[in-house]
Ligand binder design. Sequence first.
Ligand code: ZN
Ligand code: ZN
Length: 445
Amino acid sequence: MNKSKEKKEILKRPPEFDLAILGGRVVDPESRTDRIADVFVQGGLIKKISPRKAKGKSGPEVRVKEVIDAKGKIVVPGLIDMHAHLREPGREDEETIYTGSCAAVAGGFTSVCCMPNTEPPIDNQEAVKFVYDKAKEAKCKIFCVGAVTKAQKGEELTEIFDLVQAGVVAISDDGKPVSNSQVMRNALEYCKMFNLTVISHCEDTNLSSSGVMHEGLVSTTLGMNGIPSVAEEIMIARDLKLAEFTGGRIHIAHVSTQGSVDLIREAKRRGIKVTCETTPHHFTLTDDAVKTYDTNAKVNPPLRTRKDVAAIKKGLRDGTIDCIATDHAPHSVEEKEVEFDFAPFGMVGLETALGLVVTELIKKRILSWPQAIAKLTTNPSRILNLKSGRVKKDFPADLTIIDPKASWIVDPAKFKSKSKNSPFGGKKLRGKVCYSIVDGKIVYP
Ligand SMILES: [Zn+2]
Ligand SMILES: [Zn+2]
C-alpha cells in the first residue's frame, strides 16, 4: 500500500485513543524511565508508551481524538500532595475542597490528601463520607486522612477500622501533636493491622509554648517568643522509639531541623519503619523571612536557619527525606493582617510547590528530575498505598506536563486558591505547569 492510500485507510478507522501526548521527556521514577516517548490514553487509562525511535522513524500512524505536542516538555505522573488543609467543613471562607482542587491542578497536583483538622474534625465515618461526597466535584483526586483521636483532643482513639472502611489513606492529628505516648502507641499498633501509616505532627507543646517563630538569633533580635528546634526533635525521637517498639509505620510531617533529619537518617539505618516529608518553604526560606514581620512567613513548624535548610537539602539528596508536601494552609486576609504574634500559622503552597522544587532543587542541582519527581509521586503513593503516581500501562492516566524552561513571577492575586497567604509574591520561579490530566481528562488549563 502506498503512503497516501495508507493515510486514507487510517482516517476511515474510528479513533483508537482519546489522547496522545507526543514527543515529551517521560520521567517515571518507579520504572526508572527517563526518555523521549509518546504516551497514549484511552478510557482514562494509559494504554501505550512508545519510546521515540531514531529520527524520522515514527511508528505506524494511529487515529486519536486529541493530541498534545509535548516536545521540550517533561511528562511525569500526576503530582501527589500528601499533606494539604482544604478547610471544608467549617472554614469555607478560606478554602473548599473544590477551590483547593482548582489550586492543586493549577500547581500540577492531580491527587491531594486533605488533613482532618477541619471544623468539626474528620474523626468518624460520616465525616469521611462528607469529604468524598464533596470530592466528586473536585478537579483532582482527593484522598482523606482521618483523625487519630476523637475531636483531635489527643485522648481517645477514633474508630480506626470504621475510618479505613470509609476510605482514609492514613491517620493524623496534624495541626496538633499526639502528646500522650500511650495513645500514639495504640494508634501505631492498630494501624499495623490495616497497613496504614500514622502521620505525625511532631511538636512538644510545652517547649513550643507561646513561640511564634524559630528560637534563635533572629527571634532574640526581634524580641519575639521562639520555638526551639528541640520541640520538634524530642517528639520525633519519641515517635521513632514507638515505631521501633510497635513495628508500626510512622510518617513524620514537615521536617524542618537538622537534628530531625539526623534522627530519621539514623532510624532508617536501623530498619525502623519511618518515612518523612519536608515542605517547599522549609527548603527555600530561613527565619530571615520573618524580619519584615510578614505574617505569611509565620508557619508551624517555623522557618529555621541556613544550617537547617542545608541539612534538609542534604536529607532530600541522600533519600532520608522521602516526600515533598505542601502543608497548604489557607488563611483569610483578615486573619493574617494582624500583629505577628496574633496571626495564625500557615501558608498556601499548592500553586508554588513545583516552581520552588524546580528553582531551588533541580536548577541548583540538589536533585535530578527523576529524584524530585519521585518525592512528589512514587514515594507518597507507596506510603499511602495509592494507585496513582506512575506512568504505566493500564494505570490511571493522571499526568502532569511541565515546561522546565519557562519562568514566571508569583502573583498570589492570581491564585486559584481562595486564600492568598503566600510569602513568595514577586518571586521569580522556573518550571511551569502546562497541563494537568486526571483519568485521561485535561483538567488544567
Ligand atoms: Zn502539622
Ligand atoms: Zn499541616
